[in-house]
Design a protein around this ligand. Structure first.
Ligand code: HEC
Ligand code: HEC
Length: 413
């Protein structure tokens, strides 16, 4: 009996051991199969050289392979700070403030004068036109002060933890007040003046009360700078480009990308090295880099003199470094770069293909090592361009409100 029992136990132990071995072997095999099946982007880049241009089935396989190799994820919801959840009341208030020229000293300019829905929430100009200008977007003209940098689109700004080209602001809340008081932009002389104006408008007293007050008397006591910034930021966090051909492709809809775009995707992640900084799903890395952007588009042009992040950091190695912009809707927000130097995406691709500023013979102090000569052929450049267009927003542009609480012309004049 005892003998029998110990025999059974022995048998069980041996059987258990065998099962473990078999399972271990199986998992090792599965792992081997899986890692064997997934090619790296570098391997796919090599394979791509021998694929016929019109072999859609093969390009589809390679493009899917790249997305798997890079483990790209779909877009998530933007993060909201705990003290500024985007409640509808705040978003609505921010929306109205954004289009209300009451924020500018001479009451002619709103945020939308430069960040306009018709221009992808930017202005289509090489450099923004500030106080003294009139009109909006690319029609903005007059004797206005020309700003030192290109106006970035504020689409998807919610997905960035650094704001401005040089990354000097850390949040949308922190960013929002700067243009209002900047003497070249909206040129508001003082906080007191701005708050006095807003408190004098009954509709704003009501809206601020609803958005920030608790059982508010709606007497204007919630109208302060912090809440102006919070409301603007809450609205901006709702301005997101989420529906693009690329996104639908990532979600599994093969037919959303043309064969040209599939080839471009392989270039973007592979030989082009673009995704090392323009990382999906946001197509940026929340960091700054120096590319050696020139002062004008002509080859042989000198280096742009803007210190960028160097002035924020107060260090030489930040010289000429700027924030990596997201690339969603990029076709609609020309011209490009912090100084608006390139009028077209073709010019941008040419610049990268040359190897950035250094590749063009410029003495760039700290050019990012990821920007180097690419040796793309004409076909690859075209394909890359086609892929960039797959990032266009398919949703309708945001709408301006019918009227704003100040009763001034919506968006300014
Ligand atoms: C006169 C044109 C002009 C006006 C008006 C203007 N902006 Fe801008 N905006 C710019 C320019 C130019 C920059 C880039 C400045 C820089 O990086 O130094 C910018 C940058 C930004 C950014 C940072 C985006 C990024 O990707 O880093 C945000 C957000 C923004 N503006 C929101 C606003 C809001 C909100 C208002 C209204 C309160 C406003 N802007 C008014 C021209 C303008
Ligand atoms: C080292 C990181 C890095 C790499 C690699 C890189 N970029 Fe950029 N990209 C940036 C930065 C930083 C800027 C802004 C530079 C400036 O304005 O001075 C930028 C700007 C751009 C712009 C202009 C965006 C705008 O809103 O004005 C486009 C388009 C662009 N890159 C596309 C590409 C493509 C295509 C590739 C691959 C061929 C690529 N980038 C590779 C970092 C990078």
């Amino acid at each position: 009996m005892t003998n029998n029992l110990s025999q059974t136990i022995k048998l069980l132990v041996v059987a258990g051991f065998a099962v473990c071995l078999a399972a271990g072997g199986f998992y090792a095999y599965r792992h081997y199969r899986a890692s064997g099946a997934v090619l790296t982007t570098a391997e796919i880049t090599t394979l791509a050289k021998n694929v016929a241009l019109e072999d859609r089935a093969e390009w589809l396989r390679l493009a899917r392979g790249v997305l798997a190799a890079e483990a790209v994820s779909p877009l998530a919801s933007p993060r909201e700070p705990v003290n500024n959840r985007g409640e509808a009341t705040r978003v609505e208030l921010g929306y109205l403030l954004f289009f209300d020229p009451i924020l500018s000293a001479d009451k002619t300019m709103s945020c939308a004068s430069c960040h306009h829905p018709d221009y992808g929430m930017a202005d289509g100009l090489p450099k923004g036109v500030g106080v003294g200008g009139h009109g909006y977007g690319a029609q903005r003209a007059g004797t206005g002060r020309v700003l030192s940098r290109n106006t970035p689109s504020i689409f998807n700004a919610a997905f960035s933890s650094i704001q401005f080209w040089d990354g000097r602001a850390g949040s949308l809340e922190e960013q929002a007040l700067e243009p209002i008081f900047n003497e070249d932009e909206m040129a508001q002389p003082s906080a007191a003046e701005l708050l006095k104006r807003l408190r004098a408008i009954p509709r704003y007293r009501e809206l601020f009360g609803k958005a920030f007050g608790f059982n508010s008397k709606q007497d204007g006591s919630e109208i302060n700078l912090q809440n102006v910034a919070r409301a603007l930021a809450a609205y901006e966090r709702k301005l997101n480009v989420t529906d693009t051909s690329y996104d639908f492709f990532v979600k599994g809809q093969d037919e959303r990308l043309t064969t040209e775009q599939l080839r471009g995707l392989v270039v973007f992640f592979g030989q082009g090295q673009c995704a090392t900084c323009h990382i999906p799903p946001h197509f940026h890395d929340d960091a700054v880099a120096a590319l050696g952007v020139p002062a004008t588009a002509a080859k042989g042009a000198p280096l742009d003199a803007d210190p960028g992040f160097g002035a924020v950091l107060r260090r030489q190695d930040g010289f000429g470094a700027f924030k990596t912009p997201g690339l969603r809707n990029i076709e609609r927000t020309a011209p490009y770069m912090h100084n608006g130097v390139f009028a077209t995406l073709e010019e941008v691709i040419e610049f990268y293909n040359d190897g950035g500023g250094r590749g063009r013979g410029l003495d760039v102090y700290a050019q990012d090592a990821k920007v180097a000569k690419l040796d793309l052929n004409e076909q690859q450049k075209k394909d890359l361009l086609a892929f960039l267009k797959s990032l266009n927003d398919l949703a309708p542009a945001p709408k301006a409100p019918e009227s704003v609480p100040s009763s001034l012309p919506v968006g300014g004049k």
